[in-house]
Ligand binder design. Sequence first.
Ligand SMILES: Cc1cc2nc3c(=O)[nH]c(=O)nc-3n(C[C@H](O)[C@H](O)[C@H](O)COP(=O)(O)OP(=O)(O)OC[C@H]3O[C@@H](n4cnc5c(N)ncnc54)[C@H](O)[C@@H]3O)c2cc1C
Length: 550
Amino acid sequence: MQWAKESLDKLESSRLTRLNQSAHLPDSEEADAILRKYHPDYLGHIRQVNVGPNAGDQKFPLELAQLLEGNSPIEKDYNPIPEIETDVLIIGGGGAGAAAALTLHGKGLSVHLATKLRLGDSNTVMAEGGIQSAIGPDDSPRRHFADALVGGHGDNDPNLLRILCEQGPESIRWLSQLGCLFDQNEDGSFRLRGGGGTSVPRVLACRDYTGLEIMRVLKDAVRLTDTQLLEEHVAMELVDDGNSRVTGAILFDRNAGKKICVSARAVILATGGSGQIRLQGFPTSNHIGATGDGLVLAYRQGCRLINLDSYQYHPSGACYPEALAGQLVTEAIRSIGAQVVNSEGVHFINEMAYRDVLAGAIIREIADGRGIKTPHGKEGIWLDTPMIDLKNGEGALARQFPGLIHRFERYGIDPAKQPILIYPTLHYQNGGIRVDTECRTDVDGLWASGEVTGGLHGKNRLMGNSLLDITVFGRRAALSVIDNLPERGTVTLTNLKKFRAEQEKTGSETVSPKFFPDASGMKLEVKKSEENAKSDTKSAGFEPRNPFNF
Ligand SMILES: Cc1cc2nc3c(=O)[nH]c(=O)nc-3n(C[C@H](O)[C@H](O)[C@H](O)COP(=O)(O)OP(=O)(O)OC[C@H]3O[C@@H](n4cnc5c(N)ncnc54)[C@H](O)[C@@H]3O)c2cc1C
């Protein structure tokens, strides 16, 4: 990184002075000022929508508002004739969907799990830093609750949050019994790390690939159940019984290149987040399927959405090399000593400030001319990773964060010896579909869990609470379905027709959901040879572009 030599020299010459000094943690007034001036949520890129259950009230990011007001890709004369009948249709093959499938197993119900890509291709598998659970000696669910409520700016649904915190220890037991290998101390107890906003160490991890390990055990376990897997099946629309109740979905089978209608007594939406809609052009840490489809589908059925003016921009997204732009550098790295340092070698804020405040402070440094420019014209600030070995002994970084080393070393950067450049990355959808404590949405027949839902995390999720969310509420949605399973209903597109009547008045020509990010070039395309493709003019076969040419 010769291009940044001047700034690197300043950083290195201040390192020993910074070693035992902690940086300033903004008080609430200062934090508020940073958020209002610099955080992307506060910059006015939001508007109301003109259609659906939220019309005329709360605001949404512009890119999401456009999708919510969009029209369905389903042809107006499409006749939904079910080819599959099941008791429960789970949509989404990440952690929440898999946890639901496992809980439904053995209950005498037929279960289908449809997912856009393969089972496990999801945000869950990408999670790095860990999962929170109040199992430490000085900890309690009450303390966990208090930390998350403060972190969420008090906007969390207290009933959902109480369940999350109380179910933490049991969830860790469940995951461990499935075979999840959380890191342990030498005495065999679970190793607990701190995280931004945790008042005691509470984060369990599997090095820096916690989500990969959790998804590994969930996926293996699901494959041993009777769950019928519909991989590469994209949910295009939900169907209803003509009386508002959801009774299934229209899927797109990407391999056959055709639609397929599923009749279900209950549907669990577990489609995850929407980082790939790239609000304000931000890079994202999210997987390629995170395009907010579940929000659009549920909205058309009449579900209210909440807190979606609030997204999480993770402070430490990679900014250089260009090929890694947006990828996550886990917060756990900051929790064990990596400092955030500007171009002048100044440790300008405590790195364990809340994620939103830290992201705002990084953007402020850059706006005020204290960022470091990359050869590609981006700007970031330093994350002083060599500090970890200085503080924790040689080899500590490599031992605890092998994934980080692996990603950067192929570009000739050794984070144990050189700092890395970071910039906030669009990471998490704080809001989502409104649900009750049983994961029921506003619409009968439709349950939701995981990142697609809103309320639990308020307006700022703490690290580690999402992996717990999907474990607790993925299972909870399934339990509620078992207790409240409706009778089979007819399959119509009445809800969609009602939505369309309203939608057409907006004049919007957008077709949504998005299904795949624009830059991927991926689309749902009907195979023209298929009989049922005759009326489809918009879509045809799936041709991924060379992923290295994004
Ligand atoms: C890089 C990264 C690191 C993270 N680190 C942490 C961490 O350390 N700790 C923590 O608590 N949280 C972390 N998170 C957040 C956490 O991983 C996610 O919020 C959580 O795993 C979401 O789980 P989910 O099951 O709700 O969604 P996902 O795991 O994203 O699963 C959604 C599934 O739905 C499928 N899908 C989407 N649309 C459709 C459709 N139309 N039809 C059919 N299927 C569809 C997707 O393909 C996917 O399989 C991280 C997230 C990322 C991206």
